[in-house]
Design a protein around this ligand. Structure first.
Ligand SMILES: NC(=O)c1ccc[n+]([C@@H]2O[C@H](COP(=O)([O-])OP(=O)(O)OC[C@H]3O[C@@H](n4cnc5c(N)ncnc54)[C@H](OP(=O)(O)O)[C@@H]3O)[C@@H](O)[C@H]2O)c1
Length: 336
């Protein structure tokens, strides 16, 4: 059986504690499949869960981590067998069911996605919920017939969802306008494929109901005035995908872009996205990024580093994606 490390959040009254603990299999929650977690990742929502700055965790003690990838150790269902490489994103793990920040997890079989062929657990967690959401957003743009003539605006481009969206759209031949508040990232964003860079302050300022038709589509992770400004500058029949709320959950917009330009505003929802759509989205990520995300986008940390990184992601100080290493890493190539 053997014990394994887990990051556990406990709360009693006003006292909140986040600590690494040794856990054993008997403590795992019920579920059909037990997974040896190799990698997890850090998303904005994990930052809210760990710090307690957002009401993410539904009961305590909780093992946070909304993403995990690893290998099946034990399965009560015929669809999965020991050794199968799998991933889980969303479905309430790390919120209402113990999540990915532990050496093992026990989950429902229908939450699992088999890793696409040739995708490693680390690569899968490079994408994680953020990358999966960027893919859903891109598929929404495609479904709304957004073409390649005009730039696609991506907000919060220095972060996870935004960074994957920039890389993804540019690989598919779209011209991307990346909005960031950190101009020290301009070179990095260009290396991901951004054609132009915008200062996020430009989008955060109150705007007229309609602006010059500028963008063919929008992938927005910020919300609030930024999304309202993006809608005002969306070209006729364009589409904006609301993915996040790092800048606010309000939407101080008018109906004019809808009535006079026929634009669409749709959402991206990753946590409860149905199984077949998930599998298709992961397969597409694997095809577009056969070697995973560019390494410049991915920072690897240990479980013990997660609490400090949780503060950093909420403060907008992480770049791209953060993967969390669990268990033993595959051996790195070295001198023979
Ligand atoms: N709908 C879904 O299913 C779904 C799934 C995943 C994530 N999300 C949401 O998407 C958002 C982004 O998640 P993430 O994991 O990509 O987070 P992240 O890595 O922290 O990225 C967010 C980025 O937004 C920018 N930013 C931060 N604070 C800001 C502010 N006050 N105003 C404007 N821009 C700000 C920063 O980029 P710059 O420094 O480059 O400006 C930051 O790197 C979150 O709200 C998250 O909850 C939703």
């Amino acid at each position: 059986m053997g014990s394994f490390p887990a990051l556990v959040v406990r709360e009693a009254g006003k006292i909140r504690q986040v600590a690494l603990e040794a856990m054993d299999d008997a403590q795992l929650p019920p579920g059909e499949v037990t997974v040896a977690v190799q990698f997890s990742s850090l998303n904005y929502k994990d930052g809210l869960a760990i710090t307690g700055k957002g009401p993410i965790i539904r009961y305590y003690p909780m093992v946070p981590g909304i993403d995990l990838a690893g290998r099946v150790i034990a399965s009560d269902v015929s669809a999965f067998a020991p050794g199968d490489p799998v991933l889980v994103t969303g479905w309430g793990i790390g919120e209402e069911h113990w999540g990915g920040y532990a050496g093992k997890a026990r989950v429902r079989a229908d939450w699992l996605v088999r890793l696409p062929a040739n995708m490693t657990a680390r690569q899968a967690m490079g994408f994680g919920t953020a990358g999966f959401t960027a893919m859903l957003a891109m598929q929404n743009l495609e479904a709304h017939g957004v073409g390649r003539e005009r730039e696609i605006l991506v907000t919060g481009a220095g972060g996870g969802v935004g960074g994957v969206a920039v890389a993804l759209l540019s690989r598919l031949g779209y011209r991307v306008a990346a909005s960031t508040g950190r101009h020290e990232l301009d070179g990095y964003l260009k290396s991901l494929g951004a054609a132009s860079i915008l200062d996020r302050a430009e989008l955060a300022a109150p705007s007229r109901p309609l602006l010059r038709e500028r963008w063919g589509g929008v992938v927005d992770t910020v919300g609030g005035q930024t999304l309202a400004t993006a809608l005002a500058g969306l070209a006729a029949y364009g589409c904006a995908v609301a993915c996040g709320l790092v800048g606010g959950s309000d939407l101080p917009a008018t109906v004019f872009p809808f009535l006079l330009r026929g634009v669409a505003l749709v959402g991206a929802e990753s946590a409860h996205c149905p199984g077949p759509r998930r599998v298709a989205a992961w397969q597409r990520l694997a095809e577009i990024f056969p070697e995973g995300l560019p390494e410049a986008m991915v920072e690897e940390i240990d479980l013990a580093d997660v609490p400090a990184k949780a503060e950093a992601i909420l403060a907008g100080r992480t770049r791209g994606r953060v993967v969390v290493r669990l268990g033993s890493s595959p051996p790195r190539p070295g001198p023979s």
